[in-house]
Design a protein around this ligand. Structure first.
Ligand code: ZN
Length: 295
């Protein structure tokens, strides 16, 4: 099962309708929790997801709206008896903050601290790319390996079924039938998260080819001077990331509290997003990755 559950969508200060950040990505057997801001534990209850479903925690940076929910989530996991190890990824520059937050949570969860200081893979399929913010910040990209899609008509034509199909997938050949003869290439799905950054090469790299792209969209286009001053994206800039990168679905989040209604931010993003579907997220929204693309 693959699904993005949006737990919060506010930047800096929460509002009556928007909690601080928090995003749970269910990806097959994993539950990746990104940027748990204050209130994340309670938002998970509203979303109907158990704290023990979190298998990995990823922080983009250590500003409070992206990490002050960490102790609560860890303490709840301990209370619920989550026995699995939980890697916590974060920029190495945030070491003191992360250690303090983890210490506040107390014992009970097998936390594995995994700091990163430069671009690269931090877990199988999971990579970080530096962004441009007021403190060191990194975005994340999760990439499924490319595979092959079996074609049932071709399998039937060569008379393969049942366990022989599994063998064909594992071994690449069964008798005179090659896997390539009865399947087509399938591009792995890609999720990317671009959070708290000005426009930069790292954000573009993350957005490139993303099926599901979650980006901050702190300011409206008319407030571009604020975006420049605080190193954030405007809605139009977020849209352009998706447009240039050929993203499938763009989910906008991390809105400034100055916009009670973000409809116009979604329109500004959409105007520059090319073929991408653009959605301004509300708290507790859920998004499935769009259907796989042909290679
Ligand atoms: Zn933020």
């Amino acid at each position: 099962m693959r699904e993005l559950i949006v737990l919060g969508t506010a930047s800096q200060v929460p509002t009556r309708t928007r909690n601080h950040n928090g995003y749970l990505l269910r990806w097959d057997g994993e539950g990746l929790l990104f940027d748990p801001g204050e209130g994340t534990q309670r938002q998970m209850i509203h979303a109907g997801v158990a704290a023990s479903s979190v298998t990995r925690i990823c922080l983009t940076h250590v500003h409070g709206d992206h990490c002050f929910g960490l102790p609560g989530v860890l303490a709840r996991m301990a209370l619920d008896g989550a026995g699995h190890p939980v890697p916590v990824h974060y920029p190495a520059a945030g070491e003191d903050v992360v250690r303090a937050l983890v210490a506040l949570a107390g014992p009970g969860v097998d936390v594995r601290l995994v700091p990163h200081g430069s671009a690269g893979e931090v877990a199988p399929g999971l990579a970080v790319v530096p962004l441009r913010h007021r403190v060191p910040a990194f975005g994340y990209r999760l990439v499924e390996p490319d595979g092959r899609t079996l074609l049932s008509d071709r399998l039937a034509a060569v008379g393969l079924s049942g366990p022989a199909v599994g063998r064909l997938q594992r071994e690449g050949r069964v008798g005179g039938v090659r896997l390539a003869d009865v399947s087509v290439p399938r591009r792995g799905q890609r999720f990317a998260l671009v959070m708290d950054t000005a426009v930069c090469a790292g954000a573009e790299e993350l957005a490139d080819g993303a099926d599901l792209l979650l980006t901050e969209s702190t300011f409206a286009d008319e407030d571009e001077d604020l975006a420049e001053a605080y190193l954030h994206l405007t809605a139009g800039q977020a849209g352009a990331l998706a447009g240039h990168g050929g993203a499938g679905t763009l989910v906008l989040t991390h809105f400034s509290a100055r916009y009670p209604d973000v409809t116009h931010l979604a329109a500004q993003a959409r105007a520059r997003a090319g073929a991408a579907r653009v959605v301004a997220a509300a708290d507790l929204d859920r998004f499935a990755p769009p259907p796989r693309r042909a290679s």
